[in-house]
Design a binder for this molecule. Structure first.
Ligand SMILES: NC(=O)c1ccc[n+]([C@@H]2O[C@H](COP(=O)([O-])OP(=O)(O)OC[C@H]3O[C@@H](n4cnc5c(N)ncnc54)[C@H](O)[C@@H]3O)[C@@H](O)[C@H]2O)c1
Length: 361
């Protein structure tokens, strides 16, 4: 790797010191725990005590394949395990608030899936309950830890492209939603469950927009109830703007999943490798072109890890570090309420046909 890029690689490496590791139990034995959570946690030597799922066979199969010591018979059993300090929740979205409430009542720190809550008001009650109990709750918004995105953000932080003025995601893929019955039945789909990742990543780089506009559509004859094509425009203070253009109905086979950040001194371009062959994908690609760096043309940063599973260590690393050091996790639930508020402002815009102003959550 070029010397110039070494500090960027150092900035984005996910590390979980042994002193931060606490015993974890998992609620939900679904697809994402299988392919992402557990492989990422195993790579970092985390201590996973067991799993509970309403579908006991699924939990037993997952535990057997990943070598987990225990399958809990109920959520109460899991929460009664005094050895467990952190509960990692990955259930269907509408079940999450009750699991979180029970986890807080049992004195556990929690990592929750995105979306954190069905609405901002519910999310706020969960955040308040955790704060009152002195517990830490973070959200598994892992795209901001994905090496390509994180390295791009590190370049921005180091001033490589001057002042950032624009960010975009252009995702044009063919997604088969049929494996997730609950997703197929959801009235809200694309922004709530997919673009929420891009929105959180944009927030990590540019901060919070104050006004947004979105339009969404379906593909004639599609299986899912909700929208599968969206365009979202985010307006920030000054000259800063972001655009997300996302289509899950690419029937031509020429998938692309690209992001770009433009600044006053240069630009950063990348691809999200995961989306070229979900859930395995390729490593991301990343290039930077800068008037303030000693380089000529586009400089390639060699991404070596993947969104799935590697980035999934990021939110857990942040939660464990928060617990160990008191430094809030980058995806602390109190901050993530702003990502949730952004999602809901975009749906408000989609439904009214008007731009929506962000309310502070
Ligand atoms: N990149 C990401 O961050 C990412 C990717 C995929 C899914 N997800 C999220 O992760 C969650 C799970 O997704 P999945 O793909 O694994 O879904 P899935 O349908 O494969 O699995 C969900 C599991 O949750 C279990 N479950 C439901 N309610 C429960 C409850 N009350 N207690 C215990 N178990 C319960 C179900 O039996 C099922 O096994 C969803 O919230 C989804 O939005 C996030």
């Amino acid at each position: 790797m070029l010397d110039l890029l070494v500090p960027i690689a150092d900035d984005v490496r996910i590390e979980i010191p042994a002193t931060h590791r606490r015993p974890i139990a998992i609620v939900g034995a679904g697809a994402i725990v299988d392919v992402a959570h557990l492989p990422a946690y195993k790579a970092h030597g985390l201590d996973i005590r067991g799993v509970f799922d309403l579908n006991a066979d699924r939990a037993a199969d997952l535990a057997q394949r990943h070598g987990l010591p225990r399958v809990y018979g109920s959520l109460d059993d899991l929460l009664a395990d005094d050895a467990v300090e952190v509960v990692d929740v990955a259930v269907v979205p509408w079940a999450q608030p009750n699991v979180v409430r029970a986890g807080i009542a049992a004195g556990k720190h929690l990592l929750c899936q995105k979306p954190f809550a069905p609405d901002v008001a519910t999310g706020r009650t969960l955040v308040d309950a955790a704060e009152n109990a002195g517990l830490k709750v973070a959200v598994n918004q892992q795209l901001r830890f994905d090496e390509g995105l994180a390295a791009a953000n590190a370049m921005v932080r180091r001033g490589w492209i001057g002042d950032p003025v624009a960010m975009s995601f252009t995702v044009d893929i063919d997604t088969d939603f049929s494996a997730w019955g609950w997703l197929v039945d959801s009235d809200r789909l694309e922004i709530m469950y997919h673009s929420i990742h891009y929105l959180d990543a944009v927030r990590a780089v540019l901060g919070d927009p104050h006004r947004v506009f979105a339009t969404g559509a379906r593909m004639p004859g599609q299986l899912p109830k909700g929208e599968t094509r969206t365009v979202s425009t985010l307006v920030f203070d000054g000259e800063v703007r972001a655009v997300l253009e996302v289509n899950h109905n690419n029937r031509a086979g020429d998938a692309r999943a690209e992001f770009r950040i433009d600044g006053t001194e240069g630009a950063i371009r990348g691809t999200l490798g995961l989306l070229y062959d979900y859930p395995h994908g390729r490593p991301d690609t990343l290039r930077v072109r800068s008037r303030s760096l000693p380089t000529d043309g586009w400089l390639t940063y060699p991404v070596t890890t993947r969104w799935i599973p590697d980035a999934f260590a990021g939110p857990m690393a942040g939660l464990l570090a928060w617990n160990a050091t008191g430094r809030p996790a980058p995806t602390a639930a109190c901050d993530n309420l702003r990502t949730l508020a952004l999602v809901h402002a975009l749906y408000q815009s989609m439904e009214t046909g008007e731009a929506a102003t962000l309310q502070s959550p």
